[in-house]
Ligand binder design. Structure first.
Ligand SMILES: [Zn+2]
Ligand SMILES: [Zn+2]
Length: 171
């Protein structure tokens, strides 16, 4: 199975280039998540997590799609991602921890809290998200996107292991 994907390069508007990164790192956007939005691979799951939060803030839907597990990308609803991104006022991100899973360095969990405000009020959402590394890139595993894989099929993440021994618990 070929898991290579074309990562769409999304450029933040020029006006953003001297602004502070929305992920809360305190660094300039270009020296932080903007680097990954421009196509450089995030070096670890927590960096990818932060850059995805920033992408929600900046409305970079292409980036959010490109950093989701390739086997799930076709199942994403771009319009609802875009609407959620645009209709929310993003209040901040806190990354609590990032840990590799079961001694497999290509799998990681990131625990974080994201806060935002929308028409229904203010929200604070704490979540543990799953990430997987394949071909030097980290991908978010979206638990809401159904995938078709038998338990004995090769795992969707491209690890070469059987699905039941690899990412099946994430779905
Ligand atoms: Zn950042
Ligand atoms: Zn897997």
């Amino acid at each position: 199975m070929n898991n290579k994907t074309n990562v769409t390069v999304s450029k933040a508007p020029e006006a953003m280039s001297t602004s502070i990164c929305p992920c809360g790192s305190g660094n300039l956007l270009d020296a932080c998540c903007g680097h990954y939005h421009a196509g450089h691979p995030a070096p670890c799951a927590s960096a990818l997590m932060r850059s995805r939060y920033s992408a929600y803030v900046l409305g970079l839907v292409d980036y959010l799609v490109a950093t989701t597990l390739p086997a799930q990308q076709a199942g994403l609803d771009r319009e609802s991602i875009s609407a959620w991104s645009a209709q929310s006022t993003w209040l901040g991100l806190e990354v609590e921890s990032s840990e590799v899973f079961g001694g497999q360095p290509e799998h990681a969990f990131v625990t974080f809290t994201a806060r935002w405000h929308d028409s229904t009020g203010e929200h604070s959402h704490r979540e543990q998200s799953s990430f997987v590394q394949n071909d030097g890139r980290w991908y978010f595993i979206d638990p809401t996107v159904e995938v078709k894989a038998g338990r004995n099929d090769a795992c969707l993440c491209g690890s070469g292991q059987k699905f039941k021994k690899c990412c099946s618990s994430y779905f």
